[in-house]
Ligand binder design. Structure first.
Ligand SMILES: Nc1nc2c(c(=O)[nH]1)N[C@H]1C(S)=C(S)[C@@H](COP(=O)(O)O)O[C@H]1N2
Ligand SMILES: [Mo]
Length: 322
């Protein structure tokens, strides 16, 4: 089915796509070589370990997914702007495990094996439990929601996510009354995800929310996007979506959720605490040292919008910060 929605440019053969990536790597090389760029270039030329990346890798459907999609949209979460084209969102990704170059994760993330997948929920809960991916389809009410996503780099998109509120999952494991934060962790597979060979970064990627943020109605666990299971570059098979915070809070490919009673270290907040706050709420008045936050540019259309406080979700979340 994916061939129907992707125009030719998406479906190009791997060989046709090569020159662009080589060009991108070379240009970055000239601009200022980083070891990561070198690693990305090396792996592109096949010096890396793991399967050859292929951007055309089809989505892998399980039997239960085939039954469930397309999922009914919850019209409570609608948007005032048009949905970002899937073929654009799918080739412009931040997924540092695979590369720091936006066009690369769509190739390299295909090497990640996402089935079977286990997600462990542990820590301050009455009923710790490890879930299989299919458990979510069986246990949760799955719905589609249209959300904005705003990267701290001042680009934005609007996408249909398929999944369920995190609160519904927490209700199953029953957080203890002393749990104050919900911490999440991405896989750690440095031989598959060669960005994780960058030893100066605090892998695996981690993120966290306060428990009040975690149980907010907007906080969503996404299993799918654009009416089908997540593509690997978007964080298959399960990721977080926190639409009122900068995109880096929306951690991909989650393997562990831990309920704790302190504010934990998180990936970007550890790397550059002055640039990436723990809270990271979208706020047009607080500039990032490298990106003015007053406006945002939509992926694909290039439309420029005024950034809105809490990314436009003031009604749902302002009370958390009053
Ligand atoms: N594990 C992990 N999760 C991650 C990231 C990452 O590098 N690794 N990047 C974040 C950032 S900065 C953004 S903007 C979004 C991008 O999601 P998308 O590629 O699906 O648009 O993912 C977030 N989640
Ligand atoms: Mo981001």
């Amino acid at each position: 089915m994916s061939n129907l929605i992707f125009p030719k440019s998406w479906n190009m053969a791997e060989g046709e796509a090569t020159p662009e990536s080589v060009y991108m790597n070379r240009r970055d090389f000239i601009k200022g070589t980083s070891i990561t760029t070198l690693a990305a270039t090396a792996s592109f030329y096949g010096c890396g370990i793991g399967p050859t990346p292929n951007r055309n890798a089809p989505i892998e459907w399980s039997a239960i997914e085939e039954k469930i999609y397309p999922v009914k949209r919850n019209t409570k979460y609608s948007l005032d702007r048009s949905i970002t084209e899937e073929k654009i969102a799918a080739i412009f990704n931040n997924f540092f495990e695979f590369s720091e170059i936006k066009s690369d994760p769509s190739f390299h993330a295909q090497a990640l094996s996402t089935r079977p997948w286990k997600l462990e929920i542990t820590g301050l809960v009455n009923k710790p439990r490890t879930f299989d991916l299919d458990d979510f389809y069986k246990l949760m009410d799955i719905e589609e929601r249209l959300y904005r996503l705003r990267c701290v780099e001042a680009w934005a998109m609007a996408v249909p996510w398929t999944g369920f509120p995190l609160k519904a999952l927490l209700d199953i494991v029953e957080p203890k009354s002393n749990a104050t934060h919900v911490a999440m962790t991405t896989f750690y597979k440095p031989f598959t995800a060669q960005g994780q060979l960058a030893f100066w970064r605090p892998w695996p990627y981690t993120e966290a929310l306060t428990i009040e943020e975690a149980i907010n109605e907007l906080t969503f666990m996404a299993l799918g996007m654009y009416g089908h299971p997540l593509r690997k570059q978007h964080g298959a098979p399960i990721r977080l979506v926190v639409p009122w915070k900068y995109g880096f809070k929306s951690i991909k490919s989650i393997v562990k959720i831990e309920l704790i009673d302190y504010q934990p270290l998180t990936f970007w907040n550890t790397v550059l605490p002055l640039e990436y706050s723990f809270e990271a709420n979208v706020d047009p008045t607080i500039n990032h040292p490298r990106w003015l936050q007053a406006t945002e540019k939509m992926l694909g259309t290039g439309e420029v919008h005024k950034t809105r406080l809490y990314n436009g979700y003031e009604k749902q979340v302002a009370h958390l910060y009053g």
